[in-house]
Design a binder for this molecule. Structure first.
Ligand SMILES: [Cu+2]
Length: 332
């Protein structure tokens, strides 16, 4: 029965690979919107049905033995059963086949998801408290950032991931991909999405206060629209668009522009004021102070706040810093 079940399931997995992934999802699983998803789901289904099978077998056995060996008369005793070799060999060897099959299917699916195709389109993913940045390189070697992952449909996309601070984990349930994102090391994921559409990205490794809001989306576009997007983004040249930078570089996650206090002080009406610092001194908020606050925030910590702002030294070009300062000045 076991080899038969395995063959049947392997055939089913193969057939699913030829058919397109499950667009609507099932009772248990979200839509399967990547080519890897079918294989991962086949492992999931296999383990699930093996579990259901043994659950039923065991519950039936428990109920049967409970009724069969219930003491019916006072002083009645069960026969002295020493063992049953046939039964013992069956319940050891049978499940061994099932488990080896489980390992094999899981290992194969894992290897396929761990190794991206050589011709995959590469996007750099950066995790940071508490946002994701996606960096694209144009053919002429320029890079630009996006706060959404824009991907062409029907093309393998390789994600080269790293963190600027703590451990994060990149998770797209619809694609069945998930991997830790670490500082000082690159990790890799890949996917190929067969349809256009939007899919949720989560951080799935607890990383501090705003962990649950460390969200983004993958937007899968027709390859033609994708090329248009790339061209438009790169034609915009070096990014000095203040409001956009403020959003894409994560400032907006910690600083409001409407006067409310988030993790950091609001930047509304800040320029030109006197700022009280944690060491008791105060400082005039001018361009030099703003610049220092962005590249080396720990140098002058604002009174009443903890020094959790990541240093942006080396992460922003001078043009980008200038653009941000210009934008902050417009908030008065
Ligand atoms: Cu995170």
């Amino acid at each position: 029965m076991t080899p038969l079940l395995f063959t049947a399931l392997a055939a089913q997995a193969q057939a699913q690979e030829l058919v397109r992934p499950d667009r609507d999802g099932s009772f248990w699983l979200p839509p399967a919107a990547s080519t890897l998803a079918t294989e991962i789901d086949a492992v999931w289904d296999y383990i699930y049905y093996v579990d259901v099978f043994f659950f039923v077998v065991m519950v039936v056995a428990i109920v049967f033995l409970f009724v069969r060996y219930k003491q019916k008369h006072e002083g009645e005793r069960t026969a002295d059963i020493k063992g049953n070799h046939t039964l013992e060999i069956a319940w050891s060897v049978g499940p061994t086949f099932l488990l080896v099959a489980m390992f094999w299917m899981g290992f194969k699916a894992y290897m396929n998801s761990a190794v991206p195709p050589a011709d995959a389109y590469e996007v750099k993913v950066t995790g940071q408290k508490w946002f994701w940045t996606f960096t694209y390189t144009t053919p002429d070697g320029k890079t630009f950032d996006s706060d959404k992952l824009i991907a062409p449909k029907g093309t393998p996309v390789k994600l080269l991931m790293s963190s600027k601070d703590v451990l994060h984990s990149f998770f797209v349930p619809d694609f069945r991909i998930k991997k830790d994102v670490l500082p000082n090391r690159y990790t890799v994921l890949w996917f190929e999405a067969p349809w256009e559409g939007e899919h949720q990205i989560y951080c799935t490794e607890y990383c501090g206060d705003n962990h649950s809001r460390m969200l983004s989306t993958v937007q899968v576009l027709d390859p033609q629209d994708f090329n248009v997007w790339i061209r438009e983004k790169s034609a915009a040249g070096p990014v000095t668009d203040g409001p956009t930078l403020f959003a894409t570089k994560g400032c907006a996650g910690c600083h409001s522009i409407d006067g409310s206090t988030l993790v950091g002080p609001t930047l509304k009406g800040k320029f030109g004021t006197q700022e009280k610092l944690a060491d008791g001194t105060s400082v005039t908020v001018d361009e030099n102070y703003l610049r220092e606050s962005i590249v080396a925030p720990a140098a002058k910590v604002v009174a009443g706040f903890s020094p959790v702002m990541p240093p942006y030294a080396g992460q922003l070009t001078d043009e980008q810093i200038d653009g941000l300062i210009a934008y902050i000045k417009t908030l008065n």
